[in-house]
Ligand binder design. Structure first.
Ligand SMILES: [Zn+2]
Length: 306
């Protein structure tokens, strides 16, 4: 099975604290890395937690609140100083392009590597942003005070394996193996039909990871992330501040848990904690678990296998 994991680099919210960094997560699939959000100090977190970025070619920014992208220019400059030559793909709200161009222009920086900016514009619908042979990344709508995009990383469906005893007995050709993997039955030279489900072993379910931050509780999120293995959903507040969550268009831990439950997620990661919780955000985990038992507090430096 290919490596599919997420490392949390920052799980605090906008007000700085000494115990959490602002939002950022590194998703690794096989030998590729994808950075989601890049709050201030993200590159220092990578150094601290030994998260290398040699295979980082794609960065996704959810929205233009500073705690989700103020670390980007620093990271981009470091890649420049390291004489990176590969193209860096940046998926972000359109205005970020202007911000970056201005920062580069006024600091007389001409990036050593090409920057391919993919503007996120339609925040009301889901969209396929990236695809390779094994994995796709889609955006989907969330609800916040500025346009915001959630991201869904999903493995492509895997082909089934072919039963070894069948191969040994019937010696199918490479072409036949290909069609069987795609769902065809096998017809032996004597005309005997072997149904596909008798000669294949089902492949494991494709795995997926969804990132939802920042957002108010939104009914439709569960549809977009249905059956997700790992759901990261912001949980800025506890139940006592539900009203504040509504006003600021953030979520409580219980609301995050409701999304996880409705989506049939396997596991929920909480984060984007308000600075009011000091170092102990246990109440968020407690309130989430009352609704969705598989809820966990995320923490910087932790890696979660999907
Ligand atoms: Zn925000």
């Amino acid at each position: 099975m290919r490596k599919f994991q997420v490392t949390v680099l920052g799980c605090g919210s906008a007000v700085p604290t000494s115990w959490h960094n602002p939002s950022s997560q590194m998703v690794q699939y096989d030998n590729r890395q994808f950075l989601v959000d890049c709050g201030e100090g993200t590159q220092m977190q990578m150094i601290k937690y030994k998260v290398k970025y040699a295979k980082l070619d794609h960065i996704f920014i959810t929205h233009l609140h500073g705690d989700h992208f103020f670390g980007l220019i620093g990271l981009m400059n470091t890649l420049h100083l390291m004489r990176r030559e590969k193209t860096l793909h940046l998926f972000a709200p359109l205005d970020l392009h202007e911000i970056i161009r201005t920062q580069l222009r006024l600091t007389n920086t001409r990036l050593y590597y090409p920057l391919d900016f993919h503007a996120l514009e339609d925040y009301r619908n889901d969209e396929l942003l990236y695809e390779n042979k094994h994995l796709s990344v889609r955006s989907f709508p969330l609800k916040h005070s500025v346009p915001v995009w959630g991201f869904l990383f999903r493995e492509n469906p895997l082909h089934p394996n072919i039963d070894k005893a069948f191969v040994k007995k019937y010696k199918p050709s490479i072409e036949q193996i290909k069609t069987i993997k795609e769902g065809a039955d096998f017809v032996s030279p004597e005309g005997k039909i072997l149904p596909n489900d008798q000669i294949t072993i089902p492949s494991p379910q494709p795995r997926s990871f969804a990132y939802c931050s920042d957002t108010a509780y939104l009914e439709s999120t569960a549809e977009y992330v249905k059956g997700v293995d790992l759901l990261y959903h912001e949980s800025t507040f506890d139940n006592s501040r539900e009203e504040l969550a509504g006003i600021t268009l953030h979520s409580t831990a219980a609301e995050a848990a409701r999304v996880a439950l409705k989506a049939g997620a396997k596991k929920l990661l909480l984060g984007h904690y308000s600075a009011r919780f000091k170092k102990d955000a246990q109440i968020l985990q407690k309130e989430a678990r009352e609704i969705f038992p598989e809820s966990y507090l995320s923490d910087e430096g932790e890696t979660y296998d999907i």
